[in-house]
Design a protein around this ligand. Structure first.
Ligand code: NAP
Length: 265
């Protein structure tokens, strides 16, 4: 969760920073005996119990909850790839401070794009949101906040065709989809916020995934493999909120306990 402020998590009347919320959740889980191991899972074998997970070392488990989340999507432009880390970013919280008093672009029209635009407006000189339609997908309260901020302007029905610059971002070429005109805007950074792809590559062939790669679940957190459960954004293409992810994590934990009891493990 790299979102700046979480406004809809129960129990926090004031917005809380995503990383602060994560740290609190982690401390609470540790109090109940959860152990955290830092590392990337690179391979799994769910064909028989104990299930195997390679994350540097090989780990074995009688049950698994897949909660690998979803990663930012990119526009797929050659210039975007070349200038990533040189002004092209998918995380305003991580990289926004490099662009203090500069002109920045945000691409997208969902909650993430509008949240990032609001966050960046506190740092940058100007923020331009480029969105491919003439209305936002973001929640109304976010839209209302953004529309009130003078520093934020919108380029509607527009797509980024190219990010300009040799070794750092210097501008963008934007196509107006209604007129077909190409315009060039100078800017120092481009924040791409166009949604997410579920992190399920290592589970392909092990559990069923849907067309978009999300883990298929039934009743409520069970995957197609008995003993393997899924929680959070990796199995949720609809709600994807911190609170719904936490809720499904709780459901998965309860399902695991029931499953382990039923197997006598
Ligand atoms: P999203 O809701 O899927 O929105 C993606 C946006 O990018 C859409 O506006 C989409 O345009 C646009 N887009 C997609 N592909 C594009 C492309 N190739 N070129 C140009 N534009 C493109 O993704 P999100 O904003 O990351 O949000 C994901 C989920 O997380 C949502 O459920 C959201 O509610 C949740 N979220 C919640 C919070 C919060 O609670 N504070 C914060 C962030 C995110 P169209 O509108 O035309 O499809």
């Amino acid at each position: 969760m790299l979102t700046t402020e979480v406004e809809n998590y129960p129990g926090f009347p004031q917005p809380i920073d995503g990383p602060d919320l994560i740290s609190l959740i982690r401390k609470q889980a540790e109090r109940f005996g959860a152990e955290f191991i830092a590392g990337d899972a690179t391979e799994v074998d769910f064909t028989r119990r104990p299930f195997k997970i390679r994350a540097g070392e090989l780990y074995e488990a009688d049950a698994v909850i897949v909660a690998t989340g979803a990663s930012s999507r990119w526009l797929g432009l050659e210039s975007e790839k070349r200038l990533r880390g040189r002004g092209v970013s998918s995380c305003a919280t991580c990289d926004g401070y490099f662009f203090k008093d500069k002109d920045v672009m945000v691409v997208g029209g969902g909650d993430t794009a509008v949240e990032e635009a609001i966050f960046l407006s506190k740092i940058a000189r100007n923020v331009t949101v480029v969105h491919r339609r003439d209305m936002l997908r973001a929640a109304r309260h976010l839209q209302e906040r953004a529309f009130k901020i003078e520093k934020i302007r919108f380029l509607w029905s527009s797509v980024v065709e190219e990010i300009l610059g040799v070794d750092r971002v210097e501008g963008v070429k934007v196509k107006d989809l209604k007129t077909g005109w190409l315009n060039t805007y100078s800017c120092d950074a481009v924040f791409v916020a166009i949604g997410h792809t579920p992190n399920t590559e290592i589970f392909r062939g092990q559990i069923e995934l849907d067309d978009a790669g999300y883990v298929k679940t039934q009743a409520v957190t069970r995957t197609s493999r008995e003993g393997v459960f899924a929680a959070g954004d990796v199995a949720d293409r609809t709600y994807r909120q911190a609170v719904t992810a936490a809720g499904s994590g709780c459901q998965a934990a309860i399902d695991v306990i029931k499953y382990l009891e039923s197997t006598g493990a």
